[in-house]
Design a protein around this ligand. Structure first.
Ligand code: ADP
Length: 196
């Protein structure tokens, strides 16, 4: 079994690419989604989040994402503190997921794969790229978020240049390219590395 980290900036198409890997038989894990679930259920973590963001961090026992987002928007320190307490929990959860999986290839999707240190869990790393203008257009279609908020999030993440340099594979998911055939090529290369 191998673990493949899948990263890329917001709106680059990570989840779209993840689904293509899943269709080929990989087990898939979306770190952001699991982090949200854990932040709503892990009592120890809930207490730590409240320490950083106050009681307002939870509303009716659910994470108050609007409050958290408004605080971290201009406070990188708090964003880092949040990541520092959430990511070890996600990694632990992922380790259990891996133990239960029978797949040959597990794909771990995280926008902040490098920033969170989770790249260390991975045997291979795939970065998805799309030009920023195209990403902004796609996100504005997908979410109710302003261009300013998108640019702020992009600013809080490592740039593509760093990600590409530190990856084994790069998928170009701009409109001009066919992500499906790139995924299939990478999948076949990965399978060969297991058989060796
Ligand atoms: P990420 O997980 O990196 O934030 P998503 O996979 O959610 O990105 O893609 C962002 C949005 O762009 C989604 O609404 C998705 O359907 C759309 N999208 C993804 N890939 C393409 C593509 N090649 N062409 C057009 N739209 C795309």
């Amino acid at each position: 079994m191998i673990i493949v980290g899948l990263t890329g900036g917001i709106g680059s198409g990570k989840t779209t690419v993840l689904k293509l890997f899943k269709k080929l038989g990989c087990d898939t894990y979306i770190a952001d989604d699991e982090a949200k679930k854990i932040m709503n259920s892990d009592i120890e973590l809930i207490a730590e989040v409240k320490k950083i963001f106050g009681d307002k961090a939870y509303k009716n026992k659910k994470l108050n994402r609007a409050h958290i987002a408004s605080v971290v928007f201009n406070n990188k320190e708090k964003l880092n503190s949040l990541n520092a307490i959430v990511h070890p929990k996600v990694r632990q959860h992922f380790t259990n997921f891996v133990k239960k999986s029978k797949a040959k290839i597990i794909i771990y999707e995280a926008a902040i794969l490098f920033e969170s240190g989770s790249y260390k869990l991975c045997d291979y790393i795939v970065t998805v790229t799309t030009p920023i203008e195209e990403r902004i257009e796609r996100i504005m279609k997908r979410d109710t978020i302003s261009k300013e908020q998108i640019l702020q999030r992009i600013k809080n993440q490592l740039d593509d240049e760093y990600k590409i340099k530190n990856s084994h594979f790069v998928i170009d998911n701009s409109d001009a390219f066919d992500a499906k055939s790139q995924v299939s090529t990478i999948y076949n290369i990965l399978l060969k590395t297991i058989k060796k």
